[in-house]
Design a protein around this ligand. Structure first.
Ligand code: CTP
Length: 403
């Protein structure tokens, strides 16, 4: 996802420097090229060798070291960067940038770059709340520096409050957002289904599943960020309406979802069925609450229409993406679904993996293509995965864009 992206990571002298190691490793996993620049104080907390090993690049610290090649280091890095991240950013570094001081390699690189700069402050609560620091932060924002607010928690000094650096996961999400959010789906019409369906048994009971809707909503948000025209058809979930979604249609049952999907299908360029549609519904819905007796209760179920199968039988020029949630034979079952339902892509979830599947904020997926290609992704947030899935969709719209 971050292939061909050059990220310069500035590390300044705070205990949160150790979290920057995790960040480098996550960035590398996504294919980024990472160059770490440390302040001298940062090297007191983590050695340059750690960052060198993780980033697989030399680590720059000194302004006037003998250059390995005839490039002026701070200018070379400043030019090369697609994004400059400072994590952790100490009060000192924030003050320096806000004051226009450039007296070491990192501060000169920041001053010389035309790339966006993202700062992750980390410091003691009282330092963070100091009006001078707050004024410096406001000044930086006015010059379009991006800041990721620190979190509240127990700090290394023992104080509890604001000042803890945002987690590597939060930082990664912000970096991905800055680097890959292009309006590259502008004008494309995309229909996304999300959440579970509920199949009524009687007025108070239903059959459903554990889908939280988070993956579908993340996809809808991601598509809206990329300027697509988004229709979201959602089963019952406890999630807020995603920003900038054009049409949100709430539904309860698979039959309602079927009707709404069909009513909007012809207008769409892309359909992503992220919903966990119930395969069966009770054959008869009791109009009154079913009373308990001394015997067991047998429910007769009948099949719901397979929405995606029907879309695939009327595929036309649509791009169709399905999901497969499995507990065994993940790739085999998912491939079968891709073929049977005539899909372009299927997103395969192994529900037995820790950090994957329903409910959580992360997922572990494989994206299977019609050609047989399988993209195996590490554990990532559903937000990040939403964008990765859309990257693949986009490459199908315009094969040249994938190069
Ligand atoms: N799907 C659908 N309509 C249904 C059932 C599923 O459109 N009635 C869609 C889902 O939204 C998903 C894909 O089909 O994108 C695969 O769903 P899944 O439940 O994994 O597979 P099934 O085809 O239902 O097969 P099984 O439950 O036997 O694994």
């Amino acid at each position: 996802m971050l292939q061909n992206k050059n990220i310069v990571l500035g590390v300044t002298g705070g205990i949160a420097a150790y979290k920057a190691c995790d960040l480098v490793s996550r960035l590398k996993k996504l294919g980024a090229n990472v160059n770490v620049v440390m302040t001298r104080a940062a090297t007191e907390f983590v050695t340059p060798l750690t960052f060198q090993t993780l980033s697989q690049n030399p680590v720059a610290v000194e302004m006037f070291q003998q250059p390995g090649s005839w490039e002026i280091e701070h200018i070379a890095l400043a030019k090369k960067a697609d994004l400059l991240v400072v994590a952790p950013a100490t009060a000192d570094m924030i003050g320096k940038i806000a004051g226009g001081i450039a007296d070491d390699l990192l501060s000169t690189t920041i001053m010389a770059t035309g790339a966006p700069v993202l700062l992750a402050p980390a410091m003691n609560t009282h330092m963070y709340q100091n009006p001078i620091v707050q004024e410096n932060i406001s000044r930086l924002k006015s010059f379009n520096y991006r800041l990721i607010a620190p979190e509240t928690g127990r700090l290394a000094c023992g104080d509890v409050g604001e000042g803890k650096m945002a987690s590597p996961e939060t930082l990664l999400a912000a970096i991905v957002k800055l680097l890959i959010r292009q309006p590259d789906l502008a004008g494309k019409r995309i229909l996304i289904t999300a959440g579970p369906t509920r199949e009524a048994i009687d007025p108070v009971r239903f059959i459903s599943n554990h889908s939280s809707g988070k993956m579908g909503y993340a996809l809808a948000r991601a598509a809206a960020e990329r300027d697509a025209v988004v229709t979201l058809i959602s089963g019952p979930v406890g999630l807020p309406r995603p920003n900038n979604v054009d049409l949100l249609i709430p539904v309860e049952s698979a039959a309602e979802m079927y009707r709404q999907v069909m009513a909007h299908y012809q207008d769409q360029d892309i359909v992503i069925m992220a919903a966990a549609v119930a395969d069966y519904r009770p054959k008869a819905v009791s109009p009154e609450k079913i009373k308990k007796t001394n015997n067991g209760l047998t429910l007769e179920l009948e099949k719901n229409t397979d929405i995606l199968l029907e879309l695939g039988q009327n595929k036309g020029n649509h791009i169709l993406v399905g999901f497969a949630a499995e507990t065994q034979n993940l790739l085999e079952y998912s491939r079968e679904k891709l073929v049977h339902k005539n899909l372009d892509l299927i997103v395969a979830n192994d529900l037995t993996e820790e950090g994957a599947g329903f409910g959580g904020d992360t997922n572990i997926i494989r994206i299977i293509h019609r050609s047989g290609q399988v993209d195996s992704l590490p554990k990532l947030t559903k937000t990040e995965l939403g964008h990765i899935i859309l990257d693949k969709v986009r490459s199908l719209l315009e094969p040249a864009a994938a190069l």
